[in-house]
Design a protein around this ligand. Structure first.
Ligand SMILES: Cc1cc2nc3c(=O)[nH]c(=O)nc-3n(C[C@H](O)[C@H](O)[C@H](O)COP(=O)(O)OP(=O)(O)OC[C@H]3O[C@@H](n4cnc5c(N)ncnc54)[C@H](O)[C@@H]3O)c2cc1C
Ligand code: SF4
Length: 348
């Protein structure tokens, strides 16, 4: 059995108190929300903070409030998020993404803030201490070499959060608070394509809220590839948000998940669709173009060539859904065409 290492636990009652305590030692302190990612990582000695600041008693982080769009406190659980009709009706893609994170139990504990800040993943890293020691560790923790690409100067671990790609596609922003003040970043600015330094959040900052722009006229969709439809992390994903005028695309954002160390924007594919009708041909061309952005590495589940190929299908599914197609029929037809056994692992 793996046990947690010793640590000091502090339970603030307000964001100000949490920020002040975090400022005392940001490099050796970590924030604990639901703990569904951080605590297993600590058991495996992947993350070894000497102090944890638990955010569960900070009530101001736990609400979803109306403004010009919606503001979601970072401590809102994924279950509460998916149970909220404002999300399930107006931000369908976010609802789909949050509904597919892990299992019901983990969604009861896991928060939207923790999901955005989720550690990147890799076959050589998500192992217990003894396993990692047996390969002399790796660059991300305790070692020097990246075993995925030994000449790589940076870690290539995979961004595995389900909600970040769709929040980026929806044009959401996040609020970061420290003892020094507050700043607001677009979700696209929160991430860096580096498996070790995958967040631009400073160590002394708390992610307090996610703000969604008004949903008027926008549709969104999220499709995910994983081995077991019941609880696995994504190994490829497509998030699309679009505003249609009649049959034409007025604005669109396409973001790929789990194919790099950050969510990847497929801007060229989005540009090709802007002003166009979403015909079968336009969808197929844009999906193929979007998949060029995907640079999966051989460090998670499934063959990397197949994962890259599936990105095209995932983007196509999302675009068909945005167009209003019957996705159940579509999924079976595409599955037959592609001769792929995709039913259990692909979901939207
Ligand atoms: C079996 C299993 C399957 C899983 N499957 C999926 C999946 O399919 N998709 C998926 O996306 N995730 C998955 N997860 C990961 C995890 O359950 C979710 O990502 C969850 O939303 C994490 O939220 P949390 O509140 O538990 O985060 P924590 O574990 O509490 O924190 C995660 C990270 O975020 C930081 N953090 C937390 N809150 C804040 C904050 N407010 N400000 C700044 N930093 C913060 C923590 O310091 C830590 O680094 C899975 C986990 C397990 C164990
Ligand atoms: S990508 Fe390389 S450095 Fe990063 S976790 Fe995997 S093996 Fe380690």
């Amino acid at each position: 059995m793996m046990r947690l290492p010793g640590f000091r636990y502090r339970a603030p009652r307000s964001v100000d108190e949490a920020a002040a305590w975090l400022a005392e030692g940001p490099e050796s302190t970590m924030l604990l929300a639901g703990g569904t990612d951080l605590l297993p990582n600590m058991k495996r000695r992947q993350q070894t903070p000497s102090t944890l600041i638990g955010l569960r008693s900070v009530r101001e982080l736990g609400a979803i409030t109306n403004g010009s769009g919606l503001t979601i406190g970072s401590g809102v659980s994924l279950s509460a998020l998916t149970a909220d009709p404002r999300i399930s009706t107006a931000y369908r893609g976010l609802w789909q993404a949050a509904s597919q994170v892990a299992t019901p139990h983990l969604r009861n504990m896991g928060t939207i803030g923790g999901n955005l800040c989720l550690d990147t993943r890799c076959t050589y890293y998500d192992q217990n201490y003894e396993w990692r020691k047996s390969i002399d560790f790796c660059m991300k923790k305790d070692g020097q070499t990246c075993w995925v690409a030994t000449s790589s100067p940076k870690c290539l671990a995979v961004s595995s959060t389900d909600t970040a790609p769709i929040l980026q596609a929806l044009g959401a922003s996040v609020t970061l608070v420290s003892a020094a003040g507050q700043r607001i970043l677009r979700v696209s600015e929160l991430f860096a394509n580096d498996g070790m330094h995958y967040l631009t959040r400073r160590a002394d900052e708390i992610l307090t809220a996610v703000s969604l722009p008004p949903s008027d006229g926008w549709r969104s969709s999220y499709w995910k590839l994983r081995r077991r439809g019941s609880f696995d992390f994504p190994v490829a994903a497509a998030a699309v948000a679009a505003r249609l005028e009649g049959r034409h695309v007025a604005e669109i954002r396409i973001v790929l998940g789990a194919v790099a160390s950050r969510p990847m924007s497929a801007d060229r594919a989005a540009g090709m669709l802007t002003g166009q009708e979403l015909t079968d041909e336009a969808i197929a061309t844009a999906a193929a173009t979007a998949s060029e952005v995907a640079k999966p590495m051989d460090n998670t589940d499934f063959e990397l060539v197949w994962r890259k190929k599936m990105v095209r299908s995932l983007v196509a599914y999302a675009l068909h859904e945005i167009r209003g197609d019957d996705m159940r029929a579509m999924r079976h037809r595409l599955a037959r065409q592609e001769r792929l056994s995709i039913a259990p692992g692909i979901s939207g």
